[in-house]
Design a protein around this ligand. Structure first.
Ligand code: FAD
Ligand code: SF4
Length: 510
C-alpha cells in the first residue's frame, strides 16, 4: 500500500519515530508554497531560512533511504496550495493512505482536518514528538482556575520532568532566580560574537524573488548567519553552552546599543522549526552546567530552563486553550495604525531605532526589546493588535502563530484582557534607561514628560494610564500607578495629554 506522509515547514524533526525505519511504500511530501509565504508579509531572512531548512531536511531523509518528493517554490508543476499538492500526489503515486503530523497552527490544523474529511482515501494524524506537553495539558492543569499563573505550571513541569531537581527540592533551593537576573550590561564582561554560518544564500533568495513573493527586511545574501540544518543547530546549542550560558541569566533583561544579541541563545528558530527538540536543548544545557558548576551559577541555568520548560510550553498551552477566539481579542479597544517607521526604522527615538533596525537587519530582537521597547510603544500608542500581530508574525525568524500570538497579543498588548499577564507590560522611559544605554545618546530627554524634547514613552505612559483608568480600576497591581496618576497636577496632566495626542496623530515624526 502506498502511503503519503506530509511534513510541514516547521516539522523538520529528523529524530521523529517516522524516520527510524525506511519503508518502500511510504512517500514523504515537503512543499514550499505561496499559501505559506503569503498569509502575512514575511522578512526575507525568515523565508530563506525555512526554505533552506526544508531542503536540507529533504536531503537528509533522502540520503537515509526514505522516499520523498519536494516542491520548490519555482517548480512549474507546484500548485502552491496544500490541498491541491496533496491531491496531485495522491493521484500521481496512487496513494491509498494519507498521514500528517499535528500542526501547531490552528489555521493549518483546521485546513488539514477539512482536507482529510474530503479525501476518498483513509487518513491518520500523529504527534510531532516535540513538546514536553500535549496540546491540552495546560487547559487540564488550570481547569476551574481563574488565574493561569505561569509559575505554578512551571514548577509542576520541573517536578514532572525532573529537571534541575534534587529529589523533591529544586536545585539551589529556590524555584526562581528572577531577582538575580536583571543586571544592566555595562561592558564588564565581553560578549562573544554570535555564531554565524556565513552562508551564501543567493540561489534561494533569487528563487524567492523570481516567484514574486513580497518580503521585507534586509539580507546579506553572501553572509547568512542562521542555522538551516540539524547539524548547524547543534553547533549553535554547543556554542551557547560554551560561550553564553555563564552570563545568560545575569543579562537576560539587559539591552545595549553595541550588542544585538548579548548572551541570548538564538535557538528559537532551531526549536520552532523542530530541528532541535526542547528536551535535547535542556538536557544538553543542564548536563553542561553540572560539568561546569565551578564556573556557571544555578541562576543562569534556571533562567534558561524557565524560558523553555516554562514560558515556551505555557504559551503553546494558552494558544490551544484559547484559539480560535484569541485571534480576535482587543480588550483595550485599541484601533490606531502602525506607523511607517516600523518598516523603515527611521525614528529619532534611539531605543526604537535600535530595536526596529535590528529586527529589519537580523529578523531578530531579544525578549526585552520585543516586550519593553517595541511592544511597550505599540501598547502606549494604542495600536490595533491585529496590526501589531501581523508585524511580529512577519518580522521575526522564529515567529509562528502559536508562539507569536500569545506573546504579542497577550503578554505584550494585553489584548486578551489579562489571560497571560496580570497587568500590562508598560513603562515610561525610566525602565528603558535603567536596562540599557539607549537614552544617553537619544534625541529625546528621558527625564522630561512634555515639551519638544520629552521622551515620548513618558508622555504616552501617563496618557495611557489616564485613558485606560476605568478599565484598570479594579486591578490591584495597577493601584499604585493609578494613585500616582490621581495625585498628578491636573494642569500637568492636561499638557501631557495634549502632547500625547499630537504624538499619536503623527507618530512618523517621532
Ligand atoms: P533566549 O533568550 O536565548 O531564550 C531561550 C529560549 O526560550 C528561546 O529560544 C525560546 O524558545 C524560549 N522562550 C523565551 N521566552 C519565551 C516566550 N515568552 N515564549 C516562548 N518561548 C520563549 N518567541 C518565539 O519563538 N516566536 C515568536 O514569534 C515570539 N514572539 C514574541 C513576541 C513578543 C511581543 C514577545 C515579548 C516575545 C516573543 N517571543 C517569541 C519570545 C522571545 O522573545 C523569543 O523566544 C526569544 O527572543 C528568541 O530568542 P532566543 O532564542 O535568543 O531566546
Ligand atoms: Fe527611548 Fe525615551 Fe530613552 Fe529616547 S529617551 S532612548 S525614546 S526611552
Amino acid at each position: 500500500m502506498q502511503k503519503l506522509r506530509l511534513i510541514l515547514g516547521d516539522q523538520l524533526n529528523t529524530e521523529h519515530s517516522w524516520f527510524q525505519e525506511c519503508d518502500k511504500d511510504t512517500i514523504y511530501l515537503l512543499a514550499e508554497m505561496r499559501q505559506e509565504t503569503d498569509y502575512v508579509k514575511h522578512h526575507i531572512q525568515k523565508v530563506v531560512a525555512f526554505f533552506l531548512s526544508m531542503r536540507n531536511f529533504y536531503s537528509t531523509i533522502h540520503a537515509q533511504g526514505h522516499q520523498a518528493v519536494y516542491f520548490q517554490i519555482t517548480d512549474p508543476d507546484n500548485p502552491q496550495d496544500l490541498e491541491k499538492i496533496i491531491a496531485a500526489c495522491i493521484q500521481k503515486y496512487d496513494i491509498k493512505k494519507f498521514e500528517y503530523l499535528l500542526p501547531d497552527e490552528y489555521r493549518l490544523d483546521e485546513q488539514l482536518k477539512t482536507i482529510c474529511a474530503n479525501l476518498k482515501i483513509a487518513s491518520g494524524v500523529f504527534d510531532t514528538e516535540h513538546f514536553y506537553t500535549t496540546r491540552h495539558e495546560l487547559s487540564d492543569f488550570f481547569e476551574g482556575k481563574k488565574l493561569l499563573l505561569m509559575e505554578n505550571f512551571y514548577r509542576t513541569m520541573r517536578k514532572k520532568h525532573h529537571l534541575l531537581m534534587d529529589g523533591h527540592t529544586p536545585v539551589g533551593n529556590q524555584w526562581n532566580f528572577d531577582a538575580d537576573n536583571r543586571k544592566k550590561y555595562k561592558g564588564e564582561v565581553p560578549v562573544p560574537s554570535e555564531k554565524n554560518f556565513h552562508k551564501n544564500v543567493s540561489e534561494v533568495a533569487s528563487q524567492i524573488q523570481e516567484a514574486g513573493i513580497i518580503t521585507f527586511g534586509n539580507i546579506t545574501e553572501t553572509d547568512f548567519s542562521w542555522p538551516t540544518s540539524r547539524e548547524e543547530c547543534l553547533e549553535v546549542l554547543d556554542y551557547f553552552c560554551r560561550n553564553l550560558l555563564k552570563h545568560f541569566g545575569d543579562y537576560e533583561d539587559a539591552m545595549h546599543t553595541d550588542e544585538k544579541f548579548l548572551f541570548h541563545s538564538r535557538l528559537s528558530f532551531a526549536m520552532n522549526s523542530k530541528m532541535l527538540s526542547p528536551k535535547e536543548v535542556l538536557e544538553t544545557v543542564i548536563a553542561f552546567y553540572h560539568k561546569n558548576e565551578a564556573e556557571i551559577s544555578i541562576s543562569q541555568v534556571e533562567g534558561f530552563v524557565r524560558q523553555i520548560l516554562g514560558w515556551r510550553e505555557y504559551i503553546r498551552g494558552i494558544y490551544w486553550k484559547e484559539m480560535p477566539n484569541y485571534a480576535q481579542l482587543n480588550a483595550l479597544e485599541n484601533h490606531n495604525k502602525l506607523p511607517n517607521f516600523f518598516w523603515t526604522g527611521k525614528t529619532k527615538m534611539n531605543c526604537m531605532s535600535h530595536a526596529i533596525n535590528q529586527s529589519l537587519d537580523e529578523a531578530y530582537a531579544h525578549h526585552i526589546q520585543r516586550l519593553m521597547v517595541i511592544g511597550n510603544f505599540t501598547l502606549l500608542t494604542q495600536i490595533n493588535p491585529d496590526e501589531v500581530d501581523a508585524w511580529y508574525l512577519g518580522v521575526y525568524i522564529d515567529a509562528i502563530e502559536w508562539v507569536e500570538m500569545p506573546n504579542t497579543r497577550g503578554m505584550s498588548q494585553y489584548a486578551d484582557g489579562g489571560i497571560i499577564a496580570t497587568k500590562p507590560y508598560i513603562s515610561s522611559g525610566s525602565y528603558i534607561n535603567k536596562m540599557s544605554n539607549n537614552c544617553a545618546k537619544c534625541h529625546y530627554n528621558v527625564k522630561e514628560k512634555f515639551g519638544d524634547k520629552a521622551c515620548p514613552f513618558n508622555t504616552l505612559y501617563w496618557n495611557f494610564l489616564d485613558e485606560k483608568k476605568e478599565y484598570f480600576k479594579g486591578n490591584q497591581r495597577m493601584g499604585m500607578m493609578l494613585n500616582l496618576l490621581k495625585k498628578m497636577d491636573p494642569e500637568e496632566l492636561y499638557r501631557i495629554k495634549v502632547k500625547a495626542n499630537a504624538i499619536i496623530e503623527d507618530m512618523d515624526s517621532l
